[in-house]
Write a protein that binds this ligand. Structure first.
Ligand code: GMT
Length: 377
């Protein structure tokens, strides 16, 4: 099949899912065209079935804000026509579903019928999409997509609560290529480079936006550190990083907390991890937690959004109320203190990820594209 994929090319989870999906589809012989403003960070051009079309925005002094949606829908029309694409799969509703609707209408005028699949990822619904500034446009573009999917049951329920949705939303969980995270016998996983043998390694990976509550990560670690020798790895960049670094200094943790910035080698870093910390305000799914679990880390998270669908309380880790630092620290210590307990949680976490494999989720997306093809015939 010939499919256009539209996503944010950055380190965010929606871009990662879109990129991994596109690469896996190309491996299976489908012709995949990424349409976005930069090459997606995890895009690896190993397949001749993969193409990237850059959306270029010309700066014009009249515009304080450049009209990205216009350039994006124009590029979608151009690529669909040139490569005879049948489906546009847009990840993250804002502004992608809206731009896809416009492209579809423009193509209709030229006698072409492209199908639009919209995948809702989280903040496009919860924090941004439902804001009065965007709500009508987001609702309209969801209802006018041919197929709508969401990455968790919780996100589906939330979407139906916040908007007047007339379409059925199909839940398709996020997935990972578990092979990429399987560290058994991996030579490069030399945790001794970061921690002493008696120290536990805690990790947080995010884009350091306020929703991730990175200061809570530091506070939890500070409590843990009082009880057990440990190190904390902070992976990612974003607006809250400086606050987290200041807190680390204030709490005298500079020797135990490392800020490693953005990384394209998350799997390598996760191989050292014992416990992953994700105290988010909300998380539609928590792909970062799933990646950590696949590498064999237990997870301490909040119980918000779709996190309970990924992190199983008392089995793969623990869930706590938002902001309950004491409870998250207590649970982290319970997991990490004794080697035998830690090992049980780590193994459970790894096993649980078998429900979210690329092999099981990819055919579900393929079936959706096929249904788009069939309904056109
Ligand atoms: O979490 C972020 O800040 C990035 C964001 C995105 O859209 O790139 O992630 C959302 O989509 C991911 C992939 O589906 C989910 O795993 C994340 O839970 C979700 N983030 C939030 O809901 C805050």
């Amino acid at each position: 099949m010939k499919i256009g994929i539209v996503c944010y090319p950055t380190f965010g989870g929606s871009g990662v899912v879109a990129t991994e999906l596109g690469m896996a589809l190309a491996d299976k012989g489908h012709e995949i065209h990424f349409i976005t403003y930069n090459q997606p960070v995890r895009l690896d051009f190993l397949s001749h079935n993969l193409h990237f079309h850059q959306v270029v925005i010309e700066e014009y002094p009249l515009f304080e804000y450049q009209p990205y949606e216009l350039a994006l829908s124009t590029k979608m029309v151009e690529v669909v026509r040139k490569y005879s694409l049948e489906v546009l799969h847009v990840h993250y509703a804002i502004p992608h579903a809206y731009a896809a609707y416009m492209a579809k209408q423009m193509l209709k005028e030229k006698g072409l019928d492209v199908r639009v699949v919209t995948t809702l990822h989280g903040t496009d619904i919860t924090l941004v999409g439902s804001h009065p500034n965007y709500k009508s446009a987001v609702e309209f573009s969801i209802n006018n997509s041919d197929v709508v999917t969401s990455v968790s049951n919780n996100l589906k329920e939330t979407t139906n609560k916040l908007f007047n949705i007339t379409k059925d939303i199909k839940v398709i969980y996020n997935f990972i290529d578990v092979k990429k995270y399987d560290n058994a016998n991996k030579e490069e996983c030399k945790r001794i480079a970061l921690a002493k043998p008696n120290e536990r390694i805690f990790t947080h990976v995010s884009n350091f936006r306020p929703v991730k509550r990175v200061e809570d990560v530091v506070k939890i670690f500070s409590e843990v550190r009082k009880e057990i020798p440990a190190k904390l790895l902070m992976i990612g960049e974003g607006p809250e990083r400086a606050k987290a670094e200041n807190l680390v200094k204030e709490l005298n943790l500079v020797d135990d907390v490392f800020f490693l910035g953005n990384s394209t080698e998350v799997a390598k870093i996760l191989c050292y991890t014992d416990v992953f910390l994700l105290p988010s305000q909300t998380e539609s799914f928590g792909l970062a937690a799933l990646e950590a679990m696949a590498a064999g880390s237990a997870v301490i998270s909040t119980n918000t959004g779709g996190l309970p669908e990924v992190n199983i309380h008392g089995k793969t880790g623990f869930l706590s109320n938002l902001g309950d630092i004491a409870d998250m620290a207590k649970n982290a210590i319970l997991i990490a203190k004794e080697a035998a307990t830690l090992e049980v949680f780590k193994q459970n976490a790894k096993k649980h990820t078998k429900q979210f494999t690329l092999e099981s989720i990819l055919p579900v997306y393929e079936e959706i594209y096929r249904s788009c093809y069939k309904s056109k015939a």
